[in-house]
Structure formats: structure tokens, C-alpha cells
Design a protein around this ligand. Structure first.
Ligand code: UT7
Length: 348
């Protein structure tokens, strides 16, 4: 048996080098949603922390939003597209099963022969993608990896669903990961609990939907497209009773404590979940807490890079700061890691 070479030249360390986002043009305030779900601006703000969200228009596709965020991230990292070896794109709302959105984005950006693939891990998707990107860089399989979290969840929303219609939203965030002199992405703490898949799921698969359409055509009846559904209480309970352990594991894996943190960027699911985690972890007052949910809603796989960029853009955190990231959601899957925050590009 011939000996195989384990890897090309490995890099000792990986770090996030630059970050960019795309926020869809259309801002949808609570007032636009409340009548259809018998709710109120006050209820939505107090129970979720959301005041408004962005919903994409037809031209703001998964690929277009990803490419826009990626261009900003590359500018922030002072790299060109041809210096990227791999694209790892996390999403749960790309309606095309093939080719991967990552491959189309790579081509759109002018990359030639970059490895490209998609990851489906719900709202934990960005942190899963980041962990994989860091490992690719450290193993020497890629020098620079473009990590993208992107969603068009408005395509999957039943506008009359009181649990989901006001929460989910659209957008994209991208981070370039590359080699570094010191470690900038701690080991991931991750896992999943498939026994709770019913807590967040698409209510029917496309085979069932096509059968429903055919039956409706034959009988003159109606059919309803697949929608995302959530048992909000079950997810909320899991989040506030289990995820502080995931955070502690991520801190432990990186060899730091909450006292070492400058920022906390949890998935923007519900500001009350963020509050519960901050309290359970005994987060010091000076730690900057991401609250992008207020104006952005819950953008699932895009929420962490978007919230990270908002903290950096507002000045509440700066490049190089130590931040704990935590993604969690459908699966139920979670992933968290400690990072040194990347640079943002100067605004146009
Ligand atoms: O991103 C993936 C991960 N997702 C999450 O982490 C989401 C986790 N879950 C949540 O964020 C929350 O469960 C929700 C924000 C979705 C719901 O908040 P809640 O406090 O758990 O509401 P609830 O379902 O327990 O309902 C409380 C009350 C009920 O009324 P009564 O029975 O107390 O009179 C509901 O009928 O609020 C009522 N309600 C509403 N009222 C106005 C439920 N939905 C609405 C609504 N507007 N949209």
C-alpha cells in the first residue's frame, strides 16, 4: 500500500479576515404585518425584540445577495476573488437543489475552479460553515475560504402564521477566512438533536406538494405551497435551558472565559433568548451584545454575520475583539465558537 501524503502545507492558524453584508432594500415594519396575524407592534417588540425586518424583492436572489455580501467581505480583507480557493455557503431557503448556490456565487464573482458547496444546518448554518472553513485553511486544503450565510425566508412564510410571519427575514453575510499568525477561530462546540425535528420544519416536502397540485388540478380544488412552521415554545425552552452549556463548551474549547470576551453574537432568534443567555453566562456589563434583531428580524443562517457586521459598523466592537458566536435552530442543531472579529470594508 503506498503511503499517502496527509495534506499540502498546513497553516498553523486560521482567522476571519474581512466581513460584508447585504440588507434587502425593502424594510417591513411590524405595522405592515400585524393585521394579518391579529397581533400588535407592542406584542411583537416585547415578545421578540423585533421592530422591523427586510424582505427581499425578486431581483434580490440568494445568489445576488451572497455575491454582494462577498464583494464587501473581500474588499474588507483586501483580497480579490481569484485568491479564494473555496466557497462554503449556508442556507435553508435556496429553492434550487442543484447546482449549489455556492458554485453559482463563485462563478458570479469571477472565481475559476474554486471548490464550492452548500451547507444546510438551519440557523446554526453559518457557524457550521465557519468551522469547516477554518479546518480547510488549517489543513492546508485551501488558503482563503469565503463563508456565506444567506436566506430568503420570506419565500417560505405563511403570511397568516402568528408564530413565523413576524420573525423570519432575508439577507446575507459573508466572511473571508484565511491563514493567520495567531489563532482567530476557536474549536467549534456543536451538536444536534434530531428527536426535535418537528420543532422547526417545512410543513410538507415538494413531492407531497406536487401530488397536492395534481389532485387539485384534477378536482378543481386548491393546493397550498410548503411553508416553514415552528413550535416557538419548544424551541424557546430548548434555547434557554440547553444553550448556555454550548456557550461554556465553546469558551472552554478556546481556553477563555466570559471575562476575556469583548462581544457576544448569538443567533438573532429572540431578544429574550439573548437576555437569558447573557444572564446564565454571567456576561460582564462591558461585553457588547449583538441586538441586530431589532431592525433585521431573524435571518437564520445570515443572522450571525449580519449581527457581527452591525456591531462593528456601530463602533460597539472593533476588528480583533474577542467574540463568542452561537448559532442554533432547525435540527435542532447548534454550533458556537470564539473568534477574533474581522475587519469591515469602508462604506461607499
Ligand atoms: O431561529 C430559529 C430558532 N427560533 C427561535 O429561537 C424562536 C423561539 N421562540 C420564540 O421566539 C417565541 O416562542 C415566539 C416569539 C415565537 C412566541 O412567543 P411566546 O412568548 O413563546 O408566545 P406563546 O406562543 O407562548 O403565546 C403567548 C400568548 C398566547 O396568548 P394567551 O394564550 O397567553 O392568551 C398566544 O395566543 O401570546 C399569543 N400570541 C400572539 N399574540 C399576538 C402568540 N403569537 C402571537 C402574535 N401576536 N404573533
Amino acid at each position: 500500500m503506498p503511503a499517502l501524503i496527509a495534506t499540502a502545507a498546513p497553516n498553523a492558524h486560521a482567522a476571519p479576515l474581512g466581513i460584508g453584508v447585504y440588507r434587502p432594500r425593502r424594510i417591513v415594519p411590524n405595522a405592515e404585518i400585524v393585521d394579518r396575524i391579529d397581533s400588535s407592534d407592542e406584542w411583537i417588540r416585547s415578545r421578540s425584540g423585533i421592530a422591523a425586518r427586510h424582505w427581499a424583492e425578486p431581483d434580490e436572489t440568494i445568489v445576488a445577495m451572497s455575491a454582494a455580501a462577498a464583494r464587501q467581505a473581500l474588499a474588507a480583507a483586501q483580497l480579490s476573488a481569484d485568491q479564494v480557493d473555496a466557497v462554503v455557503l449556508a442556507t435553508s431557503s435556496q429553492m434550487v437543489l442543484g447546482p449549489s448556490a455556492g458554485a453559482v456565487v463563485a462563478t458570479e464573482l469571477g472565481m475559476h475552479n474554486a471548490a464550492a458547496f452548500d451547507i444546510s444546518a438551519g440557523c446554526a448554518g453559518f457557524c457550521y460553515a465557519l468551522a469547516n472553513a477554518a479546518n480547510l485553511v488549517r489543513a492546508g486544503q485551501a488558503r482563503h475560504v469565503l463563508v456565506i450565510g444567506v436566506e430568503r425566508l420570506s419565500d417560505l412564510l405563511d403570511p397568516t402564521d402568528r408564530t413565523c410571519a413576524f420573525i423570519f427575514a432575508d439577507g446575507a453575510g459573508a466572511v473571508v477566512v484565511g491563514p493567520a499568525d495567531t489563532e482567530g477561530i476557536g474549536p467549534v462546540a456543536w451538536g444536534s438533536d434530531g428527536s426535535q425535528t418537528a420543532a422547526i420544519k417545512q410543513d410538507k416536502d415538494f413531492q407531497e406538494y406536487f401530488a397536492e397540485v395534481a389532485a387539485a388540478e384534477a378536482s378543481g380544488g386548491t393546493s397550498q405551497r410548503p411553508y416553514i412552521r415552528m413550535n416557538g415554545t419548544a424551541v424557546f425552552r430548548w434555547a434557554v435551558t440547553f444553550l448556555d452549556k454550548a456557550c461554556r463548551d465553546a469558551l472552554h474549547n478556546a481556553g477563555v472565559t466570559v471575562e476575556d470576551l469583548d462581544a457576544f453574537v448569538p443567533h438573532q432568534a429572540n431578544s429574550r433568548i439573548t437576555d437569558a443567555l447573557v444572564k446564565a453566562l454571567g456576561m460582564p456589563e462591558r461585553v457588547a451584545i449583538a441586538r441586530d434583531i431589532t431592525d433585521t428580524g431573524n435571518t437564520s443562517a445570515a443572522s450571525i454575520p449580519m449581527a457581527m457586521e452591525q456591531l462593528l459598523r456601530s463602533g460597539a466592537a472593533k476588528a480583533g475583539d474577542t467574540a463568542l458566536l452561537l448559532g442554533f435552530g432547525a435540527g435542532l442543531a447548534y454550533a458556537g465558537q470564539v473568534v477574533h472579529l474581522p475587519a469591515i470594508a469602508p462604506q461607499d
